[in-house]
Structure formats: structure tokens, C-alpha cells
Design a protein around this ligand. Structure first.
Ligand SMILES: [Zn+2]
Length: 141
């Protein structure tokens, strides 16, 4: 898999004191892996993502699917980069992880309870969607 870290636009955000004056700056990125906003120090360059530091109340992406990502390179938002292409490049390995996880979840013996059967059917449906995306992108056959 592509382990070349993707570039992300890193918005420079002022941290204000009680009088409303900036006393520090951070960089905020919308993480292309977990889709949450992460904050970093005010320095551009390669970073490890903080996907697991977020309160896991309602993650947008299953935390298991963003493990072992290649991190990202913080860039000025004004840099000449195809941000959408970079974002998609980060989404593919996450979707591939989702695909593998869902496939193993539906691989076991068929459950017996009605509730577990419902969950299994929903997982199969999700698997078909992810499979469709990856197939269309030429990532899987
Ligand atoms: Zn993240």
C-alpha cells in the first residue's frame, strides 16, 4: 500500500488570551483518516495523526480502521496541492481496512438469534457498499 504520507491543508489558528489577544498559534487539520479535527503545533511538515486522542463518543470512522496510517504532511492551505486527490489517497487505505474488518466479521458461522442476524445483515450491506467503492476505484478486483 501507498505509505507516502498525504499532504493536508493546515489552517493557522490563534489561541487567544482573556483579553482576546493571540498568545500562541496552532495548526488545525481535518484528518483525512478519521475525519475529526486535530490540532498540532505551529510548524509545517510531517506529523503522526492523533486519531485516538479524540473522545470516542461518536467517531465518524471506526477507530480500528485508521490504525497504522502513514501520518500526514501539514502544508499551508494556499500551497498548490490537489487537496481532494490527497484526501482520497488517505481514504483508500482506511476503506481497505474497513473492508477487511467487515469481511472477517461476516466470515464466522451464521448467528442464531434474530438480533444477531439483523446485525449480520447490516454488516453485509455495509461490506457491499465498501466493496463497490474499492472495486470502482480499482483497488480490489
Ligand atoms: Zn485522525
Amino acid at each position: 500500500m501507498d505509505q507516502n504520507p498525504v499532504s493536508v491543508p493546515a489552517e493557522r489558528v490563534a489561541i487567544l488570551d482573556e483579553r482576546g489577544r493571540p498568545y500562541a498559534y496552532v495548526r488545525e487539520v481535518e484528518c483525512p483518516y478519521c475525519l475529526a479535527v486535530h490540532r498540532h503545533g505551529d510548524r509545517l511538515g510531517h506529523r503522526v495523526t492523533h486519531c485516538h486522542d479524540i473522545p470516542a463518543s461518536r467517531p465518524k470512522v471506526d477507530p480500528r480502521d485508521v490504525k497504522r496510517n502513514a501520518g500526514y504532511v501539514l502544508c499551508e492551505p494556499t500551497d498548490d496541492v490537489d487537496w481532494e486527490a490527497e484526501r482520497l489517497r488517505a481514504r483508500i487505505p482506511v476503506l481497505l481496512n474497513t473492508y477487511r474488518r467487515l469481511r472477517s466479521e461476516v466470515a464466522g458461522p451464521e448467528p442464531t438469534s434474530a438480533r444477531a442476524l439483523k446485525v449480520r445483515a447490516a454488516t453485509r450491506q455495509q461490506l457491499r457498499q465498501v466493496e463497490g467503492i474499492l472495486r470502482a476505484a480499482g483497488v480490489i478486483k
